[in-house]
Design a protein around this ligand. Structure first.
Ligand SMILES: [Cu+2]
Length: 157
C-alpha cells in the first residue's frame, strides 16, 4: 500500500515536471499567453467571422496586439464593439492593449479579431490558424477552434 502511494506521488511529480518544462519551452518566453482561442461558427455565406481569446501578459511591460493575420481571408482587423447611444457598433482599433501583469478578454460584444471575407467559411470543429503580432516584436501563430457562440442576450417578454 505504501509503495503504491509512493509510486503515484512520483508519477504526479514527473508529470508536473513535464508540464512545467513543456510550458517553458513553448513560444511564450515573451510572457504573452493565449488562452481559449475560438472562432464563432457562422453560416456558409457569412461576410465575416469573430475570433476571441484571453490574452495574458505575464511580463513587466505593457504590450499591444497590433495586428492579426490568417490565410484565406481578405482582411483581418482588430475590432471593439461599443455602445453608441444604445446602438451596438463595431469600431476598428489600431491595437488592443494588454497591461503588464494583466489580461484582456476578447469576447462577443467587446474586443475581438474580425476575419473578413473568408474564401470559405470554416465549419464547426475546424481550426483557423491566426498569427498575432505584438508591439514588443513577438508574434505567435495560434490555433482557433471554430465553435458555436453562447447566446449573447436573453429576450424578456
Ligand atoms: Cu468586428
Amino acid at each position: 500500500m505504501f509503495y503504491k502511494i509512493k509510486t503515484i506521488i512520483l508519477a504526479l511529480a514527473a508529470f508536473a515536471g513535464f508540464t512545467s518544462s513543456f510550458a517553458m519551452s513553448s513560444p511564450q518566453s515573451t510572457g504573452i499567453v493565449i488562452q481559449d482561442p475560438w472562432v464563432r461558427s457562422a453560416p456558409s455565406n457569412a461576410p465575416a467571422l469573430g475570433a476571441f481569446m484571453k490574452i495574458h501578459n505575464n511580463s513587466n511591460q505593457n504590450v499591444k496586439l497590433i495586428s492579426a493575420y490568417a490565410e484565406g481571408y481578405k482582411d483581418v482587423q482588430l475590432h471593439r464593439t461599443i455602445d453608441d447611444g444604445g446602438m451596438m457598433r463595431m469600431v476598428e482599433q489600431e491595437f488592443i492593449p494588454v497591461t503588464a501583469k494583466g489580461k484582456v478578454h476578447l469576447k462577443p460584444g467587446s474586443w475581438h479579431v474580425m476575419l473578413i471575407k473568408p474564401e470559405k467559411v470554416p465549419a464547426k470543429g475546424e481550426v483557423v490558424l491566426i498569427t498575432l503580432k505584438f508591439d514588443n516584436g513577438s508574434s505567435q501563430a495560434v490555433k482557433f477552434k471554430v465553435r458555436k457562440g453562447k447566446k449573447m442576450m436573453m429576450h424578456h417578454h
